[in-house]
Design a protein around this ligand. Structure first.
Ligand SMILES: Cc1ncc(COP(=O)(O)O)c(C=O)c1O
Length: 403
C-alpha cells in the first residue's frame, strides 16, 4: 500500500494567501458590486521595464533561429547572468564569485528547498512573524515536531519574537539553533537590520556552527545608507551564510520567475561543502531557468536596467510613504515602509488581525494580510503592501478615513 508523507497532514489550514483568496471570493460572490482594493498579497502591479521587455523580445527572436536557438539551460545558470550578479556584489564591496551563484526560478522555491541539505535532527530558528514558507517547508520535511493549535507554535522550532519592544529585530536565540532563517528587509514587518545588528548574527552562527539562511528578496527597497543589502557585507558571513534573492520585487518578475541563491565555497558543515551539495541537488532536481528569462534578468544589471529598477522601486516606495503617513495621520501605530514595501500596522481596539481583516473587507472593501498568518507574534498587527497602483493606494487611504 502506498503511504503518503504524513507530515503534510500536520500543516494547519491552508497556505495563508489561499485562505485570504477564499474569503475574498466568498465576499465577492455575495456582494458582486463591491469594488475591492487588494493591498494584501505582495504581488507587483506595474509592467516590466523597457530594458527587460527589449531583452525578452530579443531572446524570443533568438529562439526562432536555429543558429541562436537555446535548449536546456545550464542547470546552475548561464554564465552571462551569474557574472552580472557577481559584478553587482563586487560593486557593493562583497566578494562573491560567479560560480557561487545558483540561478533558479525564484526565492520561494529556494527558501523552501534549501532545508533539504540538512539532517532532520537540526533545530530551526525563525524570527516571528515571518514569511510562512520557512516553517511550512520544514513541516513538510518533518523537522518541526508537534503543533500546538493554542499557541500556533511547533515544538521543535525556536521562535524569535519580533516585537515593538525590540524594534522588530529578534534577539539572538538562547537555546540551540542550527539553521537560522533571517529575512531583511523583513516581510511582513517592513523593518530591517543595521550592519552591526547583522554582524552579531554572523558571529553567533560562526561561534555555534549554525547556518544562516538569509532571504534578501527586498534588498532593493533599502533607502537608508547604514542598512546592509547583503549578509556578505558582514565579516565572516562566507563561512556561515546562504543568501537568497529574487527578481520579483525589484524588477517585477513575479510572473516571469527568476531568483538566485549564493553559497560561498568556504561554507562547510560536517566536513561537507554546502556549495557542492546544492550544486548536486540543482543538477538532479532542476533543469535551469528559461534562457529568455535569464537574458531579461541580465538586462537588470545594465545602466538602463538599474535606472528602470530604481524607478519601479521608487513608484512603490511612494505608495509606502502615502500609506505610512496617511495612517499615522489618522492615529494608527505604524511601522515599516521606509526600507521595504510593507507597512505593519497595529490593529485598533486590540482587535485580532483576522477580525480586522473581516472588518476592512466588509466595511471599506480593502484587503490586507492578518499578522497572525505570519506567526504567533504577528497577532495584533496587520500588513498592507505598497504594491498597488497609485490610484488604488490613494483610494484605499480615503476609505480608511471613513472607517
Ligand atoms: C521574504 C520573501 N521571500 C521570497 C518571496 C518569493 O519570491 P519569488 O517570487 O522570487 O519566489 C517572497 C514573496 O512574497 C517573500 O516575501
Amino acid at each position: 500500500m502506498t503511504k503518503i508523507n504524513a507530515n503534510y497532514q500536520k500543516l494547519p489550514g491552508s497556505y495563508l494567501f489561499s485562505m485570504i483568496a477564499k474569503k475574498i471570493a466568498a465576499y465577492s460572490a455575495a456582494h458582486p458590486d463591491a469594488q475591492i482594493i487588494r493591498l494584501g498579497i505582495g504581488d507587483v502591479t506595474q509592467p516590466l521595464g523597457a530594458p527587460v521587455i527589449k531583452a525578452l523580445h530579443e531572446g524570443v527572436d533568438e529562439m526562432a533561429n536555429a543558429a541562436t536557438f537555446h535548449g536546456y539551460a545550464p542547470d546552475l545558470g548561464y554564465s552571462f547572468l551569474r557574472e552580472a550578479i557577481a559584478g553587482e556584489y563586487k560593486e557593493r564591496g562583497s566578494k562573491i564569485e560567479a560560480d557561487e551563484i545558483f540561478v533558479s526560478d525564484g526565492a520561494k522555491s529556494d527558501s523552501a528547498n534549501i532545508q533539504e541539505l540538512f539532517d532532520l535532527d537540526n533545530r530551526i530558528a525563525v524570527s516571528d512573524p515571518v514569511y510562512p514558507v520557512y516553517v511550512d517547508s520544514n513541516v513538510m520535511a518533518g523537522r518541526t515536531g508537534t503543533y500546538d493549535a493554542a499557541t500556533g507554535m511547533w515544538s521543535d522550532v525556536t521562535y524569535m519574537p519580533c516585537t515593538e519592544e525590540n524594534g522588530f529585530i529578534a534577539d539572538l536565540p538562547k537555546e540551540r539553533a542550527d539553521i537560522i532563517y533571517l529575512c531583511f528587509p523583513n516581510n511582513p514587518t517592513g523593518m530591517t537590520v543595521t550592519k552591526e545588528q547583522l554582524q552579531r548574527w554572523v558571529d553567533y552562527a560562526n561561534e555555534h556552527d549554525s547556518v544562516i539562511i538569509y532571504d534578501a528578496a527586498y534588498e532593493a527597497y533599502i533607502t537608508e545608507a547604514d542598512k546592509p543589502h547583503s549578509i556578505y557585507e558582514c565579516e565572516g558571513a562566507r563561512t556561515c551564510a546562504i543568501e537568497i534573492r529574487s527578481f520579483s520585487k525589484n524588477a517585477g518578475f513575479t510572473g516571469l520567475r527568476l531568483g538566485f541563491t549564493v553559497i560561498p565555497k568556504e561554507l562547510k558543515r560536517g566536513g561537507c561543502s554546502l556549495h557542492d551539495m546544492w550544486a548536486r541537488r540543482h543538477g538532479t532536481k532542476y533543469n535551469g531557468a528559461p534562457y529568455i528569462v535569464q537574458k531579461a534578468g541580465a538586462a537588470c544589471y545594465t545602466p538602463e536596467g538599474k535606472a528602470s529598477i530604481r524607478s519601479e522601486v521608487g513608484y512603490y516606495m511612494e505608495n509606502a510613504r502615502i500609506i505610512y503617513t496617511s495612517l499615522k495621520d489618522m492615529g494608527y501605530t505604524v511601522y515599516g515602509g521606509v526600507n521595504a514595501p510593507y507597512i505593519w500596522l497595529k490593529t485598533p481596539d486590540q482587535m485580532t488581525s483576522w477580525d480586522f481583516f473581516d472588518r476592512l473587507l466588509e466595511t471599506i472593501h480593502v484587503v490586507g494580510t492578518p499578522g497572525a498568518g505570519f506567526g504567533p507574534h504577528g497577532e495584533g498587527f496587520f500588513r498592507l503592501t505598497a504594491f498597488g497602483t497609485r490610484e488604488n493606494t490613494k483610494k484605499a487611504m480615503e476609505r480608511f478615513r471613513k472607517l
